[in-house]
Design a protein around this ligand. Structure first.
Ligand SMILES: Cc1cc2nc3c(=O)[nH]c(=O)nc-3n(C[C@H](O)[C@H](O)[C@H](O)COP(=O)(O)OP(=O)(O)OC[C@H]3O[C@@H](n4cnc5c(N)ncnc54)[C@H](O)[C@@H]3O)c2cc1C
Length: 421
């Protein structure tokens, strides 16, 4: 007989095979669940494919903060700005933008900071526990990361943030110019200050990480159905997942469909979730593979450079657009110019390089939805914005706890779906 309060023997459908769905599927499978992943594409083919690979546990502040407000109009109006709105989509994105701006106040910022900190402070433990069980611990490199400052005024403006980070328990050290030179010789002399985060890590290949998780899942008997899920519902005790091809029956259904979650969640729960595709880009520079020892981001230029096995990945920029609008690959090319100014002459990015766009699943308060409905038969895990890679394994732990109806190891009330009811 199926135990309603344990994964063991349960038939579980996980919709979405990105980093969030993959970690959840593996976790529930390791607990004895009979798990099937449904994805209309392959493993990690969505936003999880080309991200910056940074396990960014230091990013404990939401995106909308009081400090952002005065900067935002100038940012949004400049075509080369790191943050932009696609004008053709403004009628679709502006309601989300209003909700986002309303969160840029002291109380919501403090609320979101506390909630993000609670996830990030245990995020790496969760990752290593999961990867250890499947022999893939080597896929995360814990070398730390560096945030650089060229402008002294910008660094001085960041000093209160350093204090606030320390108050949240984030380990960080200020580096002066000489220390930066010694540790990262390939940065230009224009870099005057740095903040080093020793407890962060990076992936040498976020897509390979997804493929390795999927392969481990398959080796353990997990099933993969490459179909588009149109709906999922319960007919009495029977859970039904309806795809574009056929219907499948399950005991429980997990929704982890990233930036495309709102339609399904609305059908299944009646709740309209304000989910926005926050598009970001990357440019891969193969020649610069060994140029940096760890991810280096720039506070002035607002992008990140991560050393990976196929090159130096330049990533970032935020573009608010409809999920189905054509990408603006000029924003990926723009990353090369940003990097040129930050790297010394021996380390300049060449022309060309693989360009990529992805849709970050973002909610106005910068918090994901991690919740359950229908007495725990529907489990929800989406909306991880800039931090999906970082928070995937802890999300899987919390979904497993919700699935077994045990008390969750941290307060998940900030991640409740009901905040949008
Ligand atoms: C440029 C950039 C840099 C980033 N850098 C970082 C970083 O350094 N660190 C970090 O932590 N995060 C980073 N992120 C964010 C991170 O990549 C995302 O938060 C994360 O990938 C979201 O994972 P997901 O599994 O929720 O979504 P996805 O990876 O998009 O997966 C969702 C899956 O669901 C499937 N799907 C959707 N709808 C359906 C349906 N109806 N039926 C079947 N399948 C469906 C899709 O095909 C897809 O495979 C970055 C993002 C971008 C764009």
């Amino acid at each position: 007989m199926v135990n309603k309060n344990s994964s063991h023997g349960q038939k579980i459908a996980v919709v979405g095979g990105g980093i969030i769905g993959l970690c959840i599927a593996l976790k529930l499978q390791l607990e004895g669940g009979d798990v099937t992943i449904f994805d209309k594409r392959g493993a990690g083919e969505g936003c999880s494919k080309g991200n910056a690979g940074h396990f960014a546990t230091e990013q404990v502040f939401p995106l909308a903060t009081p400090a952002l407000l005065p900067q935002l109009p100038k940012m949004l109006l400049s075509s080369t700005s790191p943050v932009s709105i696609r004008f053709q989509d403004i009628h679709k994105t502006s309601p989300w933008m209003v909700r986002f701006l309303l969160k840029a106040r002291k109380q919501p910022t403090e609320h979101a900071t506390k909630a993000l900190t609670s996830l990030n402070e245990v995020a790496m433990d969760s990752w290593f526990k999961l990867l250890e069980q499947i022999g893939l611990k080597h896929l995360i490199v814990m070398n730390g990361s560096l945030l650089t400052f060229e402008s002294e005024a910008l660094f001085n403006g960041y000093r209160p943030t350093i204090k606030a980070l320390k108050q949240q328990g984030v380990s960080c050290h200020v580096w002066d110019k000489e220390l930066i030179r010694a540790k990262v010789p390939n940065l230009t002399h224009s870099v005057n200050f740095g903040v080093f985060f020793p407890e962060t890590g990076h992936s040498l290949n976020p897509y390979r990480l997804c493929l390795e998780l999927a392969s481990s899942f398959a080796q353990k008997g997990g099933s993969w159905v490459q179909e588009q899920v149109e709906d999922a519902f319960f007919d009495g005790e029977l859970g039904v997942v309806l795809t574009d091809k056929e219907s499948h029956s399950f005991d429980k259904v997990v929704i982890a469909t990233g930036a495309e979650s709102s339609k399904l969640v609305n059908k299944m729960t009646g709740v309209k979730v304000p989910l926005q595709a926050e598009r970001g880009y990357h440019l891969m520079v193969p020649k610069l593979k060994d140029c940096l020892p760890f991810p280096v981001s720039s506070a002035d230029r607002k992008f990140i450079m991560t050393p990976m096995d196929e090159g130096l990945r330049l990533a970032g920029t935020v573009e608010y657009a409809s999920i189905d609008s054509p990408p603006n690959m000029k924003r990926a090319s723009m990353l090369k110019d940003l990097a040129k100014g930050l790297l010394n002459t021996d380390c300049q990015p060449e022309d060309g390089g693989d360009k990529w766009v992805g849709n970050r699943p973002s909610l106005p308060d910068s918090l994901p939805v991690i919740d359950s409905r229908e007495g725990g038969r529907i489990l929800l895990a989406f909306g991880h914005q800039h931090l999906g890679l970082t928070q995937a394994a802890i999300t899987a732990d919390l979904i497993s706890e919700l699935n077994s109806a045990s008390k969750t190891s941290l307060d998940i009330s900030p991640f409740a779906l009901s905040r949008f009811c």
